[in-house]
Design a protein around this ligand. Structure first.
Ligand SMILES: Cc1cc2nc3c(=O)[nH]c(=O)nc-3n(C[C@H](O)[C@H](O)[C@H](O)COP(=O)(O)O)c2cc1C
Ligand code: SF4
Length: 536
């Protein structure tokens, strides 16, 4: 084993050795030749390694709490189950969700915990074998049978894109991606072709492709659906990208809780390999071990290298210095899944699908809506249109988060605004991962903001002071404000701290983490009268 590969093996070996149990770090350090302190650092960084014997975890993110997660947690504790709280499990459409080992169980009811006691997991036979998400819609025209059951058939037809890409050649593919106007779906909307050309143009010939399937932003669960329903598109998109930029090794980083999507993707890869589709490529699977920050691309690369997932300072960007210092193209699942149809149907077709921006978009709709789920719609539809597809608001619309926790909250009066990269930036929000969370008029904005602030303060990697201190400060300030019945003082420094966080943080987490509170204060001043008086 090289030092690189022993280092990369550390998280998985820790998982096998019992995570953060006493003695595990020393064992893994001996086996890999790494410093014990470094190995211990990894064991304590990742939630799933640090969880010990608590193999059950109730998601207490905003959407799950809107749908009764607190009751499930209390019932599980009362029943004596070995349970802990978990950050968002990417199941906001099927809340409340519970994690058992590394499988997500949707729509858990408190009674299931009370009735079943220690045997609780037996209440859900088959949960590990079935994809439990058939109620959601992707793509919007398709019926639930769209879930890929005939993998071999799907792969055969998807393989057309690879054949077409070969005809176009690498330059033709790069041109097609540029002409399509494809923007990354992982959050920032960065033009895909710039990254592709960035990697293709490097002098270094060892290059990598990385799939970012760490989906953990509260309110977001679209990548889960793509992986479960169209794993063939993901593999095909990765293969086309790899050949176009001159890479032969592909790393598939899936969050550790995506055990079912991982199995689906692995089955698709087996079927593709049997069909001889990707003989020129090597695919490596990596299951994360529980850390939201590892969705940030450079933190993800650190985690792949077997280290704690702490974001790197950029530049240099991964296209130049990426995995093990080599040029790396890293993309979100949805972005990559767009590639095969761009190649087979053409750039113009794709560009024409969007209303403001190119292509369709997978919008995740959850919270107080009749039919939560993933909706594929033209990029740039409004919340009103999305709600129409999703059966409308349960109750009366008060507020919504347009793009996950990092996008903050907008008021009902913004429901006619395009859900796209530009229009949302105009109101200091963002499309992000398009995790649209809807709140009705019975909901308390302060409570919703508190949930999101708690998430960020727990998920900050702690590397830089403005984020490490700022996220805790904001959470503490709102908690105190609530505890003191709306007193002004606790919120007096919120705006200044938010500014420091935005300006001084290394990565997007710290830059946006105060938005849940500052946006709530901006759009709902009546709920923060005292803070407004202070000019906070
Ligand atoms: C805190 C944070 C979390 C992120 N989480 C994810 C994620 O779970 N999945 C993802 O694809 N991108 C995530 N991103 C964005 C990635 O850093 C990166 O921009 C993306 O993977 C690039 O892919 P794209 O060009 O296809 O969008 C995150 C960014 C930040 C700052
Ligand atoms: S901004 Fe926060 S999450 Fe990002 S590197 Fe700094 S401390 Fe870590």
């Amino acid at each position: 084993m090289t030092n690189e590969s022993s280092r990369a093996a550390v998280p998985d070996l820790l998982h096998e050795a019992g995570g953060n149990r006493p003695g595990a770090a020393a064992e893994v350090a001996r086996a890999t030749g790494q410093a014990e302190a470094d190995v211990f650092g990894v064991a304590s960084f990742f939630d799933l390694l640090d969880a010990g014997d608590q193999k059950l975890a109730v998601c207490t993110g905003l959407c799950c709490r809107l749908r009764g997660a607190d009751e499930v947690l209390s019932a599980a504790r009362a029943a004596g189950l070995p349970v802990r709280e978990a950050a968002c499990l990417a199941a906001c459409d099927r809340a409340p969700a519970v994690l058992k080992d590394r499988v997500v169980l949707p729509e858990v009811q408190p009674a299931e915990c009370e009735e079943a006691g220690d045997d609780w997991l037996a209440v859900r036979p088959g949960a590990e074998d079935e994809a439990p998400w058939l109620g959601t819609i992707w793509p919007v025209e398709a019926d639930p049978d769209h879930l890929v059951l005939d993998l071999a058939g799907a792969i055969e037809s998807t393989g057309r894109a690879s054949r077409r890409a070969l005809e176009l050649g690498a330059d033709g593919v790069l041109d097609a991606i540029e002409a399509s106007g494809l923007q990354g779906r992982g959050g920032a909307g960065f033009p895909a072709h710039i990254k592709w050309r960035g990697v293709a143009g490097q002098a270094e010939t060892k290059r990598y492709i990385v799939l970012n399937a760490d989906e953990s932003e509260p309110g977001t669960f679209k990548d889960r659906e793509v992986l479960l329903r169209r794993p063939d598109l993901v593999l095909e998109g990765l293969a086309i990208a790899a050949r176009a930029v001159g890479a032969s090794e592909i790393y598939l980083y899936l969050r550790g809780e995506f055990e079912l999507p991982r199995r689906t993707l692995a089955a698709a890869l087996d079927a593709a390999s049997a069909a001889g589709l990707y003989d020129d490529l090597t695919f490596h699977f990596h299951a994360g071990h529980g850390a939201y920050i590892c969705g940030e691309e450079t933190a993800l690369l650190e985690a792949l290298e077997g280290k704690r997932g702490m974001p790197r300072i950029k530049p240099p960007f991964p296209t130049e210095i990426g995995l093990w210092g080599k040029p790396t193209l890293i993309h979100n699942v949805e972005t990559i899944a767009c590639v095969p149809s761009i190649i087979t149907r053409g750039s113009e077709w794709f560009a024409g699908l969007g209303r403001s921006g190119a292509g369709t978009k997978l919008y995740c709709l959850s919270g107080d809506v009749a039919r939560p789920g993933v909706y594929e719609m033209p990029l740039g539809v409004t919340l009103d249109e999305l709600l129409e597809a999703g059966g409308g608001v349960v109750g009366e619309l008060k507020a919504f988060s347009p793009g996950g926790a990092s996008s903050g909250f907008l008021p009902a009066t913004e429901s006619g605004r395009a859900l796209d990269f530009k229009a949302l930036a105009e109101v200091d929000s963002m499309l992000g991962s398009a995790g649209v969370v809807v709140l009705n008029t019975t909901r308390d904005l302060k409570g919703a903001a508190l949930d999101q602030l708690r998430f960020f303060s727990e998920e900050s990697c702690g590397q830089c002071a403005p984020c490490r201190i700022g996220t805790r400060y904001q959470h503490h300030a709102l908690s105190r404000h609530l505890a003191e019945n709306g007193a002004a003082k606790p919120l007096e420094h919120v705006a200044r701290v938010a500014h420091e966080m935005t300006e001084g943080s290394i990565c997007g987490l710290g830059m946006t983490a105060s938005l849940p509170l500052t946006s709530a204060m901006r759009w709902f001043p009546d709920e923060f009268p005292a803070a407004d008086d202070d000019g906070a």
